[in-house]
Design a protein around this ligand. Structure first.
Ligand code: ARG
Length: 466
């Protein structure tokens, strides 16, 4: 009896001779997670109702009743008073039923010329559009924080690494700006995904469109969509926009994860390039001396969740024939989880970057190790006329000699230098300094402090222009 009532509650009991089992009801219900779409659902319904009224499918009185009912429902949801019921399967049926309880037949008329198939596709797109806007703002915040830090460290010298071995000196500002470039591309990808997300499925109805004289463009305009989905079958069935979001989110998190890895390395006491503010770290329950970089480590770990969401959605979609299939109900949790992970991570990172304490002395010390100016010496010999390959060979010998003697290149005496090559004169000293090395890379995209300042100005202008 109770189950029969459940089928009745869903509004299709007429077709069935037995109710769904309790287990099936729980298995098929989505309200526990899709209730996050509630405000988008109401927004979509209001636009749909206004259109129905303007084309003569709904009276003014019914529209007014729907509007006031929805206002009340929104209030109930925002105050946490709304009674969600899994008997009503999903967010759409829950809200529609409450509306009908509140305003009677007007509520039952709302679903004219609409199906849950175009309704849910619309809701997900509206929700995701809002989330993309949040992500875009957070990417701006993070880039600003990185740029501000880079500005303080345009002249700070650190070792640049290849194969995690000291390679050539770079400026810390330049290193940070590499991440600004990555996050700028992530923002481009998000904006691009937003354009394709921002299209209206409503009007596609279940799959074939509707026999009512609807005005889809009006609905699109009132919801701020850039246009309508042009094919009804495509409109209700494809979730490529959500996949695109997870793909852009995966790349973004990949960048966050690389940055995190560096923060962890830089903060290791062995390296000691930076310190993170205490509020982003935790201690150990057993080792009193520890201060662990938990936030970057967790961000590195959470990157996997976002990749997982991408894989879920790609797999969800690949076997589906046109048009809507219930598989698509499974699109929401991965999208929500990816969005939550990205939003929370970016929020914390923008704050964390602002609090990075840089230990420039440790960076400089490390940059001086490992013969990081060897390339500069080779370039010097080339400028004196030696072919590059011969210069490379001569410097390699010099490095070996210095290493055996436990010295740095700069510590070799003038005689030792001349033994490497008679072309070396006293002017080599400037070339072997760290400051001379970075200053020499003074071209667009190079690490010289002057270039870093130029890149900072350009990045600020780019952000200000939006
Ligand atoms: N909860 C469903 C979803 O998320 C809504 C669409 C249901 N449509 C259907 N034909 N069963 O996809």
């Amino acid at each position: 009896m109770a189950d029969q009532l459940a089928n009745k509650a869903e509004g299709w009991s007429g077709r069935f001779s037995e109710p769904v089992s309790e287990l099936v009801k729980r298995y098929t219900a989505s309200v526990d997670f899709d209730r996050r779409l509630a405000l988008a659902d109401i927004q979509g319904s209001l636009a749909h109702a206004a259109m129905l009224q303007s084309v003569g499918l709904l009276s003014e009185a019914d529209l007014a009743a729907i509007q006031s009912g929805m206002a009340q429902i929104r209030g109930e949801i925002e105050r946490g008073e709304f009674k969600w019921s899994i008997d009503l399967e999903d967010v759409h049926l829950n809200i529609e039923r409450r509306l009908t309880d509140l305003v009677g037949d007007a509520g039952k008329r709302l679903h004219t010329a609409r199906s849950r198939n175009d309704q849910v596709a619309t809701d997900v797109r509206l929700w995701l559009r809002g989330t993309i806007d949040d992500v875009l703002q957070l990417l701006v915040d993070l880039q600003r924080a990185l740029i501000d830090l880079a500005d303080c460290h345009a002249d700070t010298i650190m070792p640049g690494f290849t194969h995690l071995q000291v390679a050539q000196p770079v400026t810390f500002g330049h290193h940070l700006l590499a991440y600004v470039e990555m996050f700028a591309r992530d923002a481009e990808r998000m904006s691009d995904c937003r354009r394709r997300t921002n299209r209206l499925p409503l009007g596609a109805a279940a799959l074939a469109g509707t026999s009512y004289p609807i005005d889809r463009e009006q609905v699109a305009r009132s919801l701020g969509f850039e246009g309508v989905c042009e094919n009804s079958l495509d409109a209700v069935s494809d979730r490529d926009f959500a996949i695109e979001f997870c793909s852009a989110a995966s790349l973004l998190m990949m960048h966050v994860s690389r940055f995190s890895e560096e923060l962890v390395i830089w903060m290791s006491p062995r390296v000691g390039f930076i310190d993170l503010a205490d509020r982003f770290c935790t201690g150990s329950s057993i080792m009193p001396q520890k201060k662990n970089p938990d936030v970057p480590e967790l961000a590195r770990g959470k990157t996997g969740r976002v990749y997982g969401s991408l894989m879920s959605l790609l797999t969800l979609m690949k076997g589906q024939p046109l048009a809507y299939n219930k598989d698509n109900q499974e699109d929401k949790e991965p999208v929500f989880d990816a969005a939550d992970t990205v939003v929370n991570t970016l929020r914390i990172f923008a704050d964390m970057v602002g609090g990075i304490r840089v230990r420039a002395d440790r960076m400089r010390e490390a940059a001086a190790e490992g013969f990081s100016t060897a390339t500069d010496l080779a370039d010097y010999l080339v400028r004196k006329g030696l072919p590059f390959r011969d210069a490379h060979e001569a410097v390699a010998r010099a490095v070996r000699q210095a290493a055996t003697a436990g010295k740095d290149l700069a510590d070799l005496s003038s005689n030792e230098m001349r033994a490497i090559s008679p072309l070396i004169g006293e002017d080599v000293r400037q070339v072997l300094t760290l400051a001379g090395s970075v200053a020499a890379r003074n071209h667009l995209g190079g690490t010289a402090p002057a270039q870093v300042r130029g890149a900072i100005a350009a990045a600020r202008t780019r952000l200000a222009a939006g």
